[in-house]
Design a protein around this ligand. Sequence first.
Ligand SMILES: Cc1cc2nc3c(=O)[nH]c(=O)nc-3n(C[C@H](O)[C@H](O)[C@H](O)COP(=O)(O)OP(=O)(O)OC[C@H]3O[C@@H](n4cnc5c(N)ncnc54)[C@H](O)[C@@H]3O)c2cc1C
Length: 419
Amino acid sequence: MTRESRRKTDVLVLGAGIVGVSVALHLQKRGRSVTLIDRKAPGEETSYGNAGLIERASVIPYGFPRELPKLLRYALNRSADARFHWSFLPRILPWLGRFWLESSAGRLRQAALDMLPLIENSVTEHDALIREAGAADLVRRRGWIEAYRNEAAYARAQRDARALDEFGLRYDLLDDRGLRGKEPHLSGAFSGAVHWLDPATVTDPGRLVKEYAALFMRKGGLFLQAEVTGVAQARGGWSLDAGDDRLDAREIVVALGPWSDLVFSRFGYAIPMAVKRGYHVHFQPLPGAVLHRTVVDVERGYLLAPMARGIRLTTGIEFAHRDGAATPVQVGLTEPSAREIFPLGPRIDATPWMGARPCLPDMRPVIGPAPRHRGLWFAFGHNHHGLTLGPVTGRLLAEMMTGEPTFANPAPFAVTRFA
Ligand SMILES: Cc1cc2nc3c(=O)[nH]c(=O)nc-3n(C[C@H](O)[C@H](O)[C@H](O)COP(=O)(O)OP(=O)(O)OC[C@H]3O[C@@H](n4cnc5c(N)ncnc54)[C@H](O)[C@@H]3O)c2cc1C
């Protein structure tokens, strides 16, 4: 790529995770010349290490729990599914307070309705890119399983699933026999399970992002591997310091996931983004053992996903500083439970991977223009569902940027809700 060709770029997209790559593809589809920039190769951060669910069934965002026993366990920092660094607690408390307020039944329902068009189109928008990218081998169509050890918890889960019938989700309720019919190598630890049928799963999310990025490049898009250090308004557009280069464009999109504050703080946007850290580690299955679908062991707070690399155990939430040292306590807490339910062999990874889910307290991402800076656009904060929502975000933002009618109402995602 020559300096000259860079100068002609219409749009600079910062961040080549699932969100940035999807934005780049959708802008390109609409005739924009796009340069995509990341300090690593595409899909090597949060979008690499997730659980691989294209979560069409998550119509209700993950709110702050309100059941007293759960709250007590959380408060005592005794839960495997959500933990915090004591020293970080004073910093995160105001955010948690806001998250709590946003998690009332009424507000959660409004969040669900706002997010619905994105969730409903999540699999179909991925499918369009998967077809074009030739990445069908990375995707499975078997849904995922939410398994319960305790009868009462399973009864509640059945009621909760039925309460979602208005959203038209497809699911099977499985007793122990039904569950073992689908997953013969799971132990008998479970009373029952909900098998969500609509979601797709990805066996290597990082590679999926790389395939999407390869499609973008095949179609003439430019990818530059460089650290973004400075962003500035210049000559009616934007200029960017990335490594040794200076790039110019009319417009710029911030899709830096948990690092998006690098730009939004610099331009004075007080967006309450926090991170929920999470870990994964891979295991070899013992010879002959097969896990066909992703299984969540709900009461024990972890998930097992059959991935290309092995069986991936992912953990729940850790509230800690984004850049603080890894403390994979939750991996240690959940591994014995995972070994109890499935014949796991040795760990494949020497050390657990750690990532940071970029989260807003109202459980909606920020998608849209920065109101005080013409040509600056935001696409970040996808919480637990960034892999799911990457392509729909790309489409929505590209439609907004090119003045097309939008497939979903973008108002709930406007950054002005925090201003
Ligand atoms: C344990 C775990 C499990 C999860 N499971 C799921 C799941 O099953 N389904 C789901 O939908 N979501 C899941 N998520 C959430 C999902 O992974 C994220 O929401 C999503 O990956 C965010 O994508 P992104 O593109 O915004 O960020 P990222 O993938 O982090 O991309 C941001 C990019 O910005 C780049 N960058 C940062 N700073 C700079 C800089 N200064 N210069 C240049 N480049 C820079 C980084 O290198 C990175 O590539 C999970 C997350 C975790 C942690």
